[in-house]
Design a protein around this ligand. Structure first.
Ligand code: FPP
Length: 264
């Protein structure tokens, strides 16, 4: 009896989600969503579990949200999985986080292929452990011809570091006479960033109630809409993503200008 009630309730919820999805799809969707996945540690602490259990649960959320974002028709999902500052965490936690791409891709790569997802990676990949690098490279290669959602992992990524590297490359090209200093434009800088093949994010989501950027895509987020939620990343679900998309669709993006009726 009780089971029947819960099944019915679940079905009502998923019908509601499908309706919301259809409405969202009839309007302008954010093409690129970037997410700072925060709150894994607190999720685990609330359950008196070790912090790494929160990261493991967070990995399952990655799978769920990737699938749903792809179904909705989002073009790119960039996920902040490990920052250049995260090396300061306890050795065991770092090791666990470095093993997660291997587990995630080892388990879900066939599903990602079925869903036509293209895996990409940005960050200082060279200084990652061999097992992290090889699992990521394998997924990047295997999914290279897929043309569904781009799932872009930011791994050992730091935005200041990315900008410094871009400046170094540009200065080198100026010194070599390949570029004149007058040619240094916003487009040129963008083309030296790790996101050079991607559109800038339309929507940034950060979970767990923290309201800061933590060295994430500082250049690329200049005109991005931000949405913060108290929900911890392991609890983040399809409904939460729909909430964010719906709020995004109500925003008035002006890029510093004015919209038609506001001019007078
Ligand atoms: C921040 O939460 C989270 C991270 C530093 C790691 C995020 C990684 C995942 C969600 C898994 C990624 C999965 C793949 C496939 C690479 P926190 O630990 O700082 O949480 P807290 O603020 O509650 O302590």
């Amino acid at each position: 009896m009780l089971n029947k009630f819960f099944r019915k309730k679940k079905k009502m919820i998923s019908n509601d989600l499908m309706e919301r999805k259809q409405v969202a799809q009839s309007q302008q969707l954010p093409s690129h969503i970037a997410i700072i996945m925060d709150g894994n540690g607190r999720w685990a602490k609330k359950r008196t579990l070790p912090r790494v259990a929160g990261h493991h649960e967070g990995m399952k959320t990655v799978k769920k949200i990737t699938k749903f974002a792809n179904e909705v028709g989002i073009n790119t999902l960039t996920l902040y999985a490990f920052s250049t500052e995260n090396w300061k965490r306890p050795k065991l936690e770092v090791e666990f986080l470095m093993r997660l791409p291997e587990e995630f891709l080892g388990t879900y790569l066939p599903e990602l292929m079925e869903q036509n997802v293209q895996v990409k990676m940005m960050g200082n990949i060279d200084s990652l452990p061999e097992y992290t690098k090889s699992s990521i490279n394998k997924a990047v290669e295997q999914t290279a011809n897929n043309d569904g959602l781009i799932l872009n992992f930011a791994m050992n990524y730091g935005s200041r570091d990315e900008i410094v590297q871009a400046v170094q490359k540009i200065v080198y090209d100026v010194q070599e006479g390949k570029v004149s200093s007058n040619d240094i434009t916003e487009e040129l800088v963008s083309s030296h960033l790790m996101t050079k093949d991607l559109k800038e994010p339309d929507l940034l989501i950060r979970t767990s109630g923290e309201v800061r950027l933590s060295n994430f895509m500082l250049w690329q987020l200049a005109y991005t809409e931000f949405w913060f939620t108290e929900t911890l990343w392991p609890d983040f679900d399809e409904e939460c993503l729909m909430d964010a998309i719906e709020i995004y669709q109500k925003r008035n993006r002006r890029y510093g200008g004015l919209k038609g009726e506001e001019v007078n």
